[in-house]
Design a protein around this ligand. Structure first.
Ligand code: CO8
Length: 259
């Protein structure tokens, strides 16, 4: 595994890659070099057949307290436009295997946006979410106005984004931003457990499922249903479909190919 400066990578369980944001002194503020490293780690995980799911986490105190304000402070319009600033963050969303965010502490601004790019979010009771960009004279730039709105609805998203106020883990669960709040101190273990379970399924099926569910946020219903059916049909070309269905009929556990 490659050595990085701003992130840590490990394989805590079979089929699971764990990426830990690791700039403790800056509460994991997302500077450009960190995003470059994150994208490199994702590329490795995408190409590694042994990886079936990726967990992204931060520290107990902060998942990530946003884009690096010190780095952004003096940027000009010319520069952010020319370099398409923030565009490269999107790599996490186009990553093709399932991703799980394990969130403790602050998930603010770009931190909240990075979490929402993951397919499934688990939170500690301590997790604190928000899009405080309005307090800095800007707006969310990595999907906050779009993803948060789709998750929590327009009026609630407007209140959060226009006032910059934060919301807690319980609210995040109630509103459907996270799938579960878990016991304090257990969020990474829980996320790794879910990742391990996902990685034990057929790889092509989990990738197809991810693609189909995320398409529900991109496509009109008739097109989404068509894509789902096409992906469903395509899975009949896989050994995992034969194995999965034979195992059911033979009353045994399936042994999927890419383990
Ligand atoms: N960027 C840079 N440094 C940060 C950030 C950040 N986002 N957040 C915290 N830090 C640093 C602090 O500056 C401090 O460093 P130092 O010790 O050198 O002063 C260190 O981390 C510890 O922070 P605090 O002392 O502030 O810790 P507290 O526990 O008192 O407070 C908070 C924690 C409440 C999280 C506080 O740090 C805070 O409000 N942080 C900023 C949160 C924020 O506004 N985030 C949004 C940033 S903007 C953004 O993400 C936009 C994304 C898309 C941009 C698109 C632009 C085109």
């Amino acid at each position: 595994l490659e050595k990085f400066e701003h992130i840590l990578t490990s394989s805590p369980a079979p089929g699971v890659a764990l990426i830990t944001l690791n700039r403790p002194k800056a509460l994991n503020a997302l500077c450009s070099p960190l995003i470059v490293e994150l994208n490199k780690a994702l590329k490795v995980a995408e190409e590694d057949d042994a990886v079936g799911a990726v967990v992204v986490t931060g520290s107990e105190k902060a998942f990530a307290a946003g884009a690096d304000i010190k780095e952004m402070k003096d940027k000009t319009y010319d520069e952010v436009f020319r370099t398409n600033f923030i565009e490269s963050w999107h790599r996490l969303y186009t990553f093709r295997k399932p991703t799980i965010a394990a969130i403790s502490g602050f998930a603010l601004g770009g931190g909240c946006e990075i979490a929402m790019m993951c397919d499934l979010l688990l939170a500690s009771p301590s997790a604190k979410f928000g899009q405080p960009e309005i307090n800095l004279g800007v707006i969310p730039g990595a999907g906050g106005t779009q993803r948060l709105t789709r998750l929590v609805g327009r009026s609630r998203a407007m209140e959060l984004i226009l006032t910059g106020k934060t919301f807690n883990a319980e609210q995040a669960e109630q509103w459907g931003v996270v799938s579960r709040v878990v016991r304090e101190g257990s969020v990474v273990d829980e996320a790794v457990k879910v990742g391990e379970e996902i990685a034990s399924k057929g790889r092509l099926a989990t990738m197809a499922a991810k693609e189909a569910v995320n398409a529900a946020y991109e496509l009109p219903l008739s097109e989404g249903l068509r894509l789902e059916r096409k992906l469903f049909h395509s899975l009949f070309a896989t050994a995992d479909q034969k194995e999965g269905m034979s195992a059911f009929v033979e009353k045994r556990k399936p042994k999927f190919a890419h383990l």
